[in-house]
Design a binder for this molecule. Structure first.
Ligand code: PSU
Ligand code: MN
Length: 293
């Protein structure tokens, strides 16, 4: 049921640096075709920093850890979004499963991968008090010993509630060269962060310490290099999703697509830049962890 690509298996066996990458953003976070290009660019960024990329997804009844360029092409918008609760169905029914952060963390646990990169983690959705919707990314973080490098929490979520939920679950949240949580498209503006790391080695020491005291997942939040001010557009897109009755796992792809359209492509460029930048930082961190061992 699980197939680890030879290159990834070799790196793991030799104690080398490996970075897991998710495929939900490939299939559902970008317009058709562009997601695959972003994935390929992320893989190149990981390699340039001296680590091996392990892009994760379900294909032909197997949870695949490490994909060839041809396999990556199969993650188009027809793929099922696969969080921890959908993985088994994708495997059993041989459906193409594009793994979310939570789904990708399952692969990290079985393969022993300690670092994952993404754009933004899922979290507590706005309006959760009347319509509960909390991403399975959070519970997966609580049980997976891995560092997730991201640009904070997507501002279409309830950012403050997400930060509280992470604390409840015992998931440390540290800023990359910042004392304030980035909000995906914006470099700052999120809640203040009690922990900050300024180098890959410092991040590696924080992760090791967390695992050493019995912890599991942790989050390193890196501000995007180029920010775009889209708060009013986010509010509008979230309202449009609600008005059109979009619910559950379809909310994030709907809102992202609408933002890409309404911002004239500005959010697309920002999203692409931050995903690739996070992959590069995750690789540096994976190298630092491998060096310390
Ligand atoms: N970051 C992006 N685009 C995305 C996502 C993150 O830039 O599409 C995805 C991630 O895969 C994350 C998922 O795990 O959204 C969370 O979805 P949900 O809220 O339905 O759990
Ligand atoms: Mn959800």
């Amino acid at each position: 049921m699980i197939r680890v690509a030879d290159e990834v298996a070799g790196a793991l066996a030799g104690g080398g640096a490996v970075v897991a990458l998710e495929t939900t953003l490939v299939a559902h976070g970008f317009p058709a075709g562009e997601g695959v290009a972003v994935a390929a660019e992320s893989e190149r960024a990981v390699r340039a920093a001296g680590a091996v990329p392990a892009t994760v997804g379900v294909l032909d009844g197997e949870l695949r850890i490490g994909l060839s360029p041809a396999e990556l092409e199969r993650f188009d918008e027809s793929a099922r979004k696969a969080g921890p609760a959908e993985l088994a169905a994708c495997v059993a029914r041989r459906t193409v499963g594009a793994t979310t952060v939570g789904g990708t963390l399952a692969a990290c646990r079985v393969a022993g991968i300690r670092v994952l990169a993404t754009g933004g983690i899922g979290g507590v959705h706005r309006g959760f008090a009347t319509r509960p919707d909390v991403s399975a990314d959070l519970a997966a973080l609580a049980r997976s010993p891995a560092v997730v490098v991201c640009s904070g929490v997507k501002s279409l979520l309830d950012v403050e509630a997400t930060v509280e939920a992470l604390e409840t679950l015992g998931v440390p949240l540290a800023g990359w060269r910042t004392d304030e949580l980035p909000r995906f498209y914006a470099r700052g503006g999120g809640p203040p962060l009690a922990t900050r790391v300024d180098s890959a080695d410092e991040a590696a020491r924080l992760a090791e310490a967390h695992w050493g005291v019995g912890g599991a997942g942790l989050v390193i939040a890196r501000p995007p290099d180029d920010e775009v001010d889209v708060d009013p557009l986010v509010d509008e897109a979230v309202a449009a999703a609600e008005a059109e009755g979009i619910a559950g796992g379809a909310i994030t792809p709907f809102v992202l697509a609408r933002l890409h359209m309404r911002s004239g492509g500005a959010t697309l460029r920002a999203n692409r830049g931050l995903v690739v930048g996070n992959a590069a930082l995750a690789a540096e961190l994976a190298v630092a962890l491998a060096t310390r061992r």
